[in-house]
Design a protein around this ligand. Structure first.
Ligand code: EPZ
Length: 423
């Protein structure tokens, strides 16, 4: 008998109270592989207990590391790592497996990585990652979906110029450069908070990285790196998802353990819509009483509006008064969730990279399916807003990046549960 786990949400309830945000998924999936760059044990704290962290843990073990994870702190002993071939089936499950390219080249001067998997939000090329590795002396070829890389004399410092601003490419270049011989300059670098967090972690291991958070990052390669204990930053996208959920339910929610400066583009948009946003040094309170005004969203690289919050935000916009234009400038197919929300009564149409959302009076609950991680988050928010019950399938996508999202929302007053249902 085939079954599937689904989420059931009865909408129309205000979210109220205080919720603590978890450690960042996208910083965790960069810092965990980075522990293999040193020859001593490392401890990474404040990790979210999510699927992607568990998959990475399995990958590190498959490479020979000893890894313990208690749901928050992970201890990695990299001394047993002798393999430079990433495990095929695990690597295809997530985009962050591409970081093993920089780590294994940095450590062994060799790497064999299957082309990474990840959310189906449009093509996910790695040409810029490969460009960066070649700029540091690696020879790379792609055969049958596997990247074969080698730098027999080890990685050499070099000049990396990215054609597009790429978070993953910037992270991979930093990983390879911090153990390269000589200095590397990364131009047109990504400035996301998790790029800075990784640089801070690597520097805590003795790396010499300057400029992270700007578009030029300088790395002085080091012969060896030492162990470190480091706590990752809170999750910028989970913080934003909870802020949007608070506004969507016309609630009053305080999100603690977050970094308000990471949220400025979203806070500004919520204020523009008519919600109230109050910031403390490590908390944000979002309240929403009356109707929301329609606004326009253009996703940009940090510090612009994050593409990962485009999907949750479109749910909120479905009942804003007026017409909202959403332009997705980063990925090509990041609108699948809109067609699911149409089944809930959303008035949306998509023209190339622009989604036009006509505010409607209310959504109504319906059976919908998540197509990727943030689409799932968008459908949860739509379910909180809708009259009646929304049934969400493919909730495993949500588990990839949100730590017990339904528990957090239920603690704030949402009527949300998970159940196994027969297909
Ligand atoms: C990271 O993906 C995140 N994933 C994504 O979050 C996030 O949406 C994205 O950054 C943008 O912020 C992780 O951190 C694991 P990019 P990444 O390289 O690194 C093009 C989520 O929901 N590009 O910055 O893959 C690419 O096609 C996930 O948590 C190239 O052309 O994003 C895209 O159009 C989804 N060549 C743009 O750059 C390359 O070699 C930005 O991609 C690499 C990227």
């Amino acid at each position: 008998m085939a079954t599937m786990e689904k989420m059931f949400i009865t909408g129309g309830r205000r979210l109220e109270g205080v919720v603590q945000v978890s450690g960042g998924k996208n910083t965790a999936v960069a810092i965990i592989p980075a522990t293999l760059l040193c020859d001593e044990p490392c401890t990474v704290e404040n990790l979210p207990d999510i699927e992607d962290v568990h998959v990475l843990m399995q990958m590190l073990c498959a490479l020979g590391a000893k890894v313990d994870f208690d749901g928050s702190a992970m201890r990695v002993d990299p001394r047993g790592v002798g393999c430079w071939q990433a495990p095929q089936k695990l690597s295809c499950r997530m985009r962050a497996s591409s970081y093993l390219l920089g780590v294994l080249l940095g450590r062994f001067g060799r790497a064999q990585i299957p082309l990474p998997g990840g959310c189906d939000i449009g093509p996910r090329p790695v040409d810029q990652h490969i460009k960066a590795m070649r700029a540091m002396g690696a020879s790379i070829e792609e055969r049958f979906g596997v990247i074969h890389a080698s730098a027999p004399e080890g990685m050499q410092g070099g000049d990396v110029y990215f054609d597009v601003v790429t978070v993953g490419g910037t992270i991979n270049a930093m990983l390879a450069a911090c153990r390269a011989r000589g200095n590397t300059i990364i131009h047109n670098a990504a400035k996301e908070p998790h790029v800075v967090d990784l640089a801070n972690f690597l520097n805590s291991m003795g790396a010499r990285i300057k400029g992270a958070g700007t578009d030029v990052i300088r790395v002085r390669g080091q012969e060896r790196l030492h162990g470190s204990t480091y706590a990752v930053i809170p999750d910028q996208i989970e913080t934003g998802t909870l802020m949007i959920a608070a506004a969507a339910s016309h609630g009053d929610v305080t999100i603690t353990g977050c970094i308000p400066t990471h949220m400025e583009s979203l806070s500004a948009k919520l204020l523009e819509m008519g919600a109230k946003v109050d910031e403390r040094d490590d908390a944000i309170r979002v309240r929403s009483i009356g109707a929301h005004r329609a606004v326009n969203i253009k996703t940009q690289v940090y510090p612009g509006f994050p593409t990962d919050l485009q999907q949750p935000m479109t749910a909120l916009l479905t009942t804003a008064k007026g017409t909202s234009l959403v332009t997705e400038n980063i990925f090509e197919q990041r609108y699948k969730h809109l067609f699911e929300m149409q089944r809930m009564g959303a008035q949306v149409r998509v023209m190339d990279r622009v989604a036009v959302i006509e505010g409607t009076s209310a959504l109504s609950g319906a059976p919908v399916y998540a197509s990727d991680l943030r689409a799932g988050a968008a459908l949860v928010i739509a379910g909180l807003m809708a009259e009646g019950v929304t049934e969400i399938g493919n909730v495993h996508f949500i588990d990839r990046g949100y730590e017990h999202l339904e528990r957090k929302l239920a603690a704030l007053g949402a009527k949300i549960e998970r159940a196994l249902v027969e297909l």
